[in-house]
Write a protein that binds this ligand. Structure first.
Ligand SMILES: [Ca+2]
Length: 223
């Protein structure tokens, strides 16, 4: 009798607390997300030290989209792929302690969109997602060269010398320094400060012509 009683309690408990199977039809119409943005599509190769690897703005890494091939080559030009696939997993709790998680597995589903959100309602738009569907790639070497070029020009202005043209013949400021996404569009509610930068003239605004550059602590004494 005790066994029967236990069974009935167990059955009642499972009936009360288990979520009924809702069928697959609900899975085909997930709640709308990301303001109608198209999934990010940009792919970029990163080449650092002796590694060449493929990254995607959609959040998955290494794997060639829709193929069972990877691009995480070590050493470069060897044809040896050290890793097959990976993806960004970011989680945290919101104001109500509800867990939020963005996680991809083999690019199943779509958890990541590109671009900043508005500060008040965390909104975005199709146009904003498209605008930021890219990787902003820079290197410390690139920034060091730009900083040295700029400082040479400033020294020339003070001293009446011509060292910039002598030391940096044919130098052109890289587009990534000119177009660094330091600031959001405040008219859309975005934060004014996005990607970190070194503010050479300390006016609070990113302008490469003032010697500002994507942030690297190249002199090891910037804050
Ligand atoms: Ca500045």
């Amino acid at each position: 009798m005790k066994f029967l009683y236990f069974f009935l309690v167990l059955f009642a408990s499972t009936s009360l607390f288990c979520q009924p199977y809702a069928g697959k039809s609900n899975l085909s119409s997930p709640p709308a997300k990301a303001a109608g943005c198209s999934p990010p599509t940009t792919t970029t190769y990163m080449e650092l030290n002796n590694v060449r690897t493929m990254i995607h703005t959609a959040g998955n890494l290494w794997q060639v989209p829709n193929q069972n091939f990877s691009q995480y080559e070590v050493p470069k030009n060897s044809g040896v792929m050290a890793l097959f696939t990976a993806a960004l997993w970011l989680g945290g709790t919101d104001f109500n302690d509800q867990l939020k998680l963005a996680a991809l597995r083999y690019r199943n589903g779509q958890d990541y969109w590109t671009g900043p959100l508005s500060n008040t309602f965390a909104e975005t738009s199709y146009e904003n997602c498209e605008l930021y569907d890219k990787h902003f790639v820079t290197t410390q070497d690139l920034v060091r060269e730009f900083s040295a070029w700029f400082d040479a020009g400033q020294a020339d202005l003070s001293n009446g010398t011509n060292t910039q043209a002598t030391l940096f013949p044919n130098y052109e400021v890289p587009d990534i320094i000119k177009t660094w996404p330091a600031h959001g569009d405040v008219s859309l509610g975005q934060d004014y400060y996005l990607a970190p930068f070194y503010d050479n003239n300390e006016d609070g605004h990113y302008n490469w012509e003032d010697g500002d550059f994507p942030f690297f602590d190249i002199s090891k004494n910037h804050t």
